[in-house]
Design a protein around this ligand. Structure first.
Ligand code: SF4
Ligand code: SF4
Length: 243
């Protein structure tokens, strides 16, 4: 069985929120309906998002790191949000493993959001229905789009390519390769939900600065003090750039 999913590389995510805003834009204008925004420019804004980026510090000073952690529905293979739904509105598709909500059947009772251990379901306060990531189901099968664009909006928008999309059951897919090669892991597997989305962990990168890299005359770390100085009226790179 195909299981579509996202693989998110925490090593290259810079927390820019492009995935959050592109998700909101696409789903607001797509079949999911307007995602509520209550007082977006007020003192206490709230609203519905399918995807949020949580940013936190890890480690002990001075060895701390800032981690950006995008999170949306993980399209679990054994999703506890589905059997608790009293109306059958919450369901998992056999063909591609996407977990969806049928808004026509949803009565907004929130049972599914209590059952989801990852806190990714958000009730729409205007329409009074449960919402969550659809993996852009209205995009990825759209024949009117070029094949290269039949991906979730968040994947298309990510400027660092931190987000991959594909079939995690196909051992030859890009996502399966990334999970294998990059040590991909599932979020809180102890819940037994078998999340389809995976994360690639942060990696340590050793940086070595060689002596000859400190000798460039435009390098602010330059060691030698007698740099060539041009005529005063002549513009230098330092005059026209922000560094
Ligand atoms: Fe359901 Fe939560 Fe799993 Fe998504 S992450 S399938 S909402 S249990
Ligand atoms: Fe991270 Fe990419 Fe989302 Fe930006 S768009 S927050 S880099 S996952």
């Amino acid at each position: 069985m195909t299981q579509l999913a996202l693989v998110i590389d925490l090593n290259v995510c810079v927390g820019c929120h492009a995935c959050v805003t592109s998700c909101k834009e696409w789903n607001t204008s797509g079949i999911s309906g307007t995602l509520a925004d209550i007082m977006p420019y007020g003192k206490d804004p709230s609203g519905t998002f399918f995807n949020r980026v949580q940013t936190f510090e890890v480690g002990e000073y001075p060895n701390t790191q800032t981690v950006h952690f995008p999170k949306s529905c993980l399209h679990c293979e054994d999703p506890p949000c589905v059997p608790v739904c009293p109306t059958g509105a919450s369901y998992k598709r056999e063909a591609d493993g996407i977990v969806l909500v049928d808004y026509d059947k949803c009565i907004g009772c929130k049972y599914c959001s209590w059952a989801c251990p990852y806190g990714v379901r958000e009730v729409d306060p205007v329409r009074k229905v449960m919402t969550k990531c659809t993996l852009c189901v209205d995009r990825i099968y759209d024949d009117a789009l070029p094949e290269s664009e039949r991906k979730p909006a968040c994947v298309m928008a990510c400027p660092t390519n931190a987000r991959l999309f594909g079939d995690v059951h196909d051992p030859d897919s890009e996502v399966s390769e990334a999970i294998r090669d990059g040590g991909g892991y599932q979020l809180q597997p102890e819940w037994g939900t078998k999340p389809a989305n995976h994360y690639l962990p942060r990696r340590k990168t050793d940086i070595t600065i060689h002596e000859d890299e400190l000798i460039r005359s435009d390098n602010p770390l330059s060691k030698e003090l007698d740099r060539p100085v041009g005529p005063v009226e002549e513009q230098t790179l330092d005059d026209v750039t922000s560094w």
